[in-house]
Design a protein around this ligand. Sequence first.
Ligand code: BMA
Length: 376
Amino acid sequence: MYKTFIITAVMLTMTACSSGDTKRTGPADRSATPETVNMLAGLKQAAGQGIMFGHQDDLSYGIGWVYPGGESDVKRVTGDYPAVYGMDLGDIEHRSPVNLDSVPFDDMKVFVQQIWERGGVITFSWHVDNLLTGGTAWDVSSDRAVASVLPGGEKHEEFKDWLDNLAGFFASLRDEKGVAVPVIFRPWHEHTGSWFWWGQNLCTTEEFVALWRFTFDYLCREKNLHNLLFAYSSGGDIDNSEQYLERYPGDDYVDLIGFDYYQMPDAGNSSFRENVSRVLGIVTEAAVAHGKLAALTEAGYEGIPDSAWWTTTFWPAMENHRISYALVWRNAHNRPGHFYAPYPGQVSGQDFISFYGFRETLFQSEVTALSIYKQE
Ligand code: BMA
């Protein structure tokens, strides 16, 4: 059922680090591996050809199945995998064998190899626990949690141990030849809201920026990881670029910028369409100004009760914007109704197939054919 797609030859020309007004085109990590440099260049190239579709935990589980079934709800409906695969690293900080949603980290390593082999894109979020309170990422009972993990804070040494555990996982992402697989890391997400311990009302701008920069420097410089691209993504309530960029850690620390936004059951389709399109306008303008990629880093409509949602709401919200990808959230197998992509028989399945058929929506087979992530 793969759709045919005419692919124009892609020339990956990388410009070396430059100074003055010229924006750098390479990764924020100046020591990024050649594969990581190519991946960013390929993503920038692909952003001009269409919008990649992404799905969280696509290979881990879906409605009625759990890995190792070798399944994907997106593939069960369209015959094709998504182009972008999201996974979450929550609980890696404890060296837990499984993440906060019970996905084994060892399985993720296998998925990473499979995805890389077929030229897909991998993005990791991190719902990391609150080190100060001992609670979860959602524990906002203290406004000192960020300060406590920064240099000089009482939890700083323990925080470095947590980053060591995270770094160990990233370092283990290798293909069969031992080459480090490039991935997009999206830490400290939705920071403009106040539902995570690193959120807007839980720390100052200086503290947030210090948290971001410390994380980046520790992983790239201290731990010598050079297979990471960094994504900065806010919540969806963005009014203007000043607000959006208030806690932006700087061009030297970020590769991709985006935001997360969900359609709420009591809000109409038009409010989703209008808000996503409006904020994408702000984000894509900032992306151009800063030489970054733009994406809708998380989105969706829980349970997708609208049978025409993909073509009448999701796609119109983004079609006029130059973005790299749009990722919908997970299809929980053990939480009834908590799903964001269709599965066989789901009411929006037919419409999703129409969406899949659009020339500008990119799924795995097209991205594989574009072969943008590997230069031989
Ligand atoms: C949330 C929900 C939770 C999940 C968390 C991290 O939005 O899906 O059930 O634990 O993301 O994946």
